[in-house]
Design a binder for this molecule. Structure first.
Ligand code: AMP
Length: 529
């Protein structure tokens, strides 16, 4: 790597904080991004944390290996619970030695390892990082990701959507990829479908996005484990899912078999259940039947159809389909996508590292554009493709609004103020009216969702604000929502006559409180990661 893109405080990096694996990458001044290897030469860090009894926590491959031995003290797939308290099957929190460890804190441990890897590689502290999130993440999950970055001692420049990062890398790697592309990103725990337009000048505009943040490789592993359990129970009479060690062993083997079946048509592993050994065989056709029976292939197709509909496109309007994410290697995925789009998928050259590389490029691009002209040269060469390309533009992945009382019916409805698909950053304002004479307060709430029915949207936060005096029925209230480039939300209400501030909604969404962050920081400082 030639001279790398750096701020005065240190190098810029991009981080793919994945459900199953995480990667850190940096970019040189020519705009070429590379994943950074750790001291063992590994570029991929499993997003797994293990807490040994009485010892220091482990992160990565070592922790993943411990899942088979001590599953109760090992956390994996915690990205699925980002911004919530729970992520374990059955909706439980992860508790170790009587202390609840939140997904943000577990993610911070993974991010700390990546930060240390990059700092060891460059021999100095980092200047800033861009972290990727699934396009489907709402505001609370994005904020939680930023919190995890801060807990890990990173200066988070922004978060960007994973498919956008992947498209930037592939667009710059392969100049023939301009046109309208559908990015099919099926990872370990999340599925993202994004339609974007890539211009000849490498400009990138997201047109529609969708998917399911609880669908991915770990679900396919579980199907195989369930089949193993069926077969083993018939032979031994014991349900392997009730034996912690047998379950962890079966889960590890299920993932190996699934990957093998992307290359071969049959896979076999020994299982030990109830003290007995047996041989378990699965064919690719069996695996595909499991995917089909569970409805996953249909769900995947439905998401693709929905995103094309949102973008107002027929499949024939697509120029390319780009496959990213480890689970896109499953041959049944390509078959299904071929059938429903009529396009032959292209595989990203390096599906495991591209998202982090794209994030590194966005880190350099963001810092380059924010820097004064002289300083910008320390970030990107002015003639590099990355410096010359227009900044990528995303769209709001979900609608944002506020609940209001419909005067005609008296019913509370959701008023969508920023519809899904609006290019970000953006700011929209509506004028609402006071409901009754003598009203002194306004309860402003912020909703996320695309329905006018309040039962189908998520309330991200609310705030009771005061007009400072009684107002008349029909008094104007300006309600604005701003969606920043990071897709973070600012929702405010002002008096429509005086311009005085009334209320601002702070997005709470179950994220960590300040005192929880402090306690997590203290705890993290005690670990040697
Ligand atoms: P990612 O989140 O993009 O790193 O994807 C990780 C997921 O991809 C995990 O669930 C892996 O088991 C899965 N995966 C990786 N390689 C393959 C493969 N060759 N075939 C099927 N799944 C794979």
């Amino acid at each position: 790597m030639s001279e790398i893109a750096t701020l005065p405080d240190g190098p810029l990096v991009g981080i793919d904080l994945g459900t199953t694996n995480s990667v850190v990458a940096a970019v040189d001044r020519a705009g070429i991004a590379t994943a950074i290897p750790d001291e063992d030469g590994e570029r991929i860090l499993p997003s797994v944390v293990h807490f040994p009894r009485g010892g220091e926590p482990m992160v990565g491959a070592q922790a993943k290996a411990m899942a088979a031995v001590d599953a109760g003290r090992t956390a994996a797939a915690f990205k699925r619970g980002m911004g919530e308290r729970t992520f374990l099957a059955g909706g439980a929190a992860f508790v170790v030695d009587g202390r609840e460890v939140r997904p943000e804190e577990l993610s911070a441990m993974v991010l700390t390892r990546l930060r240390l890897t990059a700092e060891a590689h460059f021999g100095r502290p980092l200047g800033g990082a861009v972290i990727t999130v699934p396009a489907y993440f709402g505001d609370p999950e994005r904020r939680a990701t930023i919190t995890a970055g801060e807990l890990a001692g990173l200066k988070v420049l922004r978060v960007i959507n994973e498919p956008t990062a992947a498209a930037i890398v592939n667009g710059l790697d392969d100049p023939s990829s301009s046109g309208r592309i559908l990015v099919f990103d099926l990872g370990g725990g999340t599925f993202d479908v994004t339609v974007m337009r890539v211009g000849d000048d490498r400009s990138l505009v997201v047109e529609a996005t969708g998917g399911d943040h609880r669908l991915g490789g770990v679900d396919f592993d579980r199907l195989i484990v369930d089949r193993m359990a069926q077969v083993a129970a018939a032979e031994t009479g014991v349900d392997l899912r009730t034996e912690l060690a047998a379950l962890a062993d079966a889960t590890a083997k299920a993932e190996e078999m699934k990957k093998e079946l992307s290359r071969t048509t049959t896979s076999t592993r020994p299982l030990t259940v109830g003290g007995r050994s047996l041989s378990f065989t699965l064919t690719r056709a069996d695996f595909e039947a499991l995917l089909d029976e569970a409805g996953y292939l249909q769900e995947i197709e439905d998401h693709i159809v929905a995103v094309l509909e949102d973008a107002g496109l027929e499949p024939a309007a697509l120029d390319h389909v780009l496959f990213v994410g480890g689970s896109s290697r499953i041959p049944a995925m390509a078959e299904r996508v071929r059938a429903c789009t009529g396009r032959e998928p292209r595989f990203s050259r390096n599906p495991d590292e591209d998202v982090a590389r794209g994030a590194a490029m966005v880190a350099a691009k963001t810092a380059h554009e924010a820097a004064p002209p002289g300083a910008a040269l320390a970030i990107l060469d002015a003639s590099s493709q990355l410096a010359l390309m227009p900044a990528p533009r995303d769209v709001a992945s979900r609608g944002l609004g506020s609940t209001v009382v419909d005067e005609a019916t008296g019913a509370t409805v959701n008023q969508i103020i920023i519809p899904a698909g609006t290019p970000v950053p953006c700011r929209e304002e509506v004028v609402n009216r006071a409901l009754e004479d003598g009203q002194t307060h306004l309860n402003l709430d912020l909703t996320e969702g695309d329905s006018t029915d309040v039962d189908f949207v998520r309330i991200l936060g609310e705030h009771l604000g005061s007009f400072g005096r009684p107002v008349k029925k029909g008094h104007p209230i300006r309600v604005s929502i701003e969606y920043t480039a990071d897709q973070l939300i600012i929702c405010q209400a002002y008096d429509g006559e005086t311009g005085a501030f009334i209320a601002e909604v702070k997005v709470t969404g179950g994220g960590m409180s300040d005192s929880e962050k402090e306690s997590a920081l203290e705890q993290l400082a005690r670990y040697r990661l």
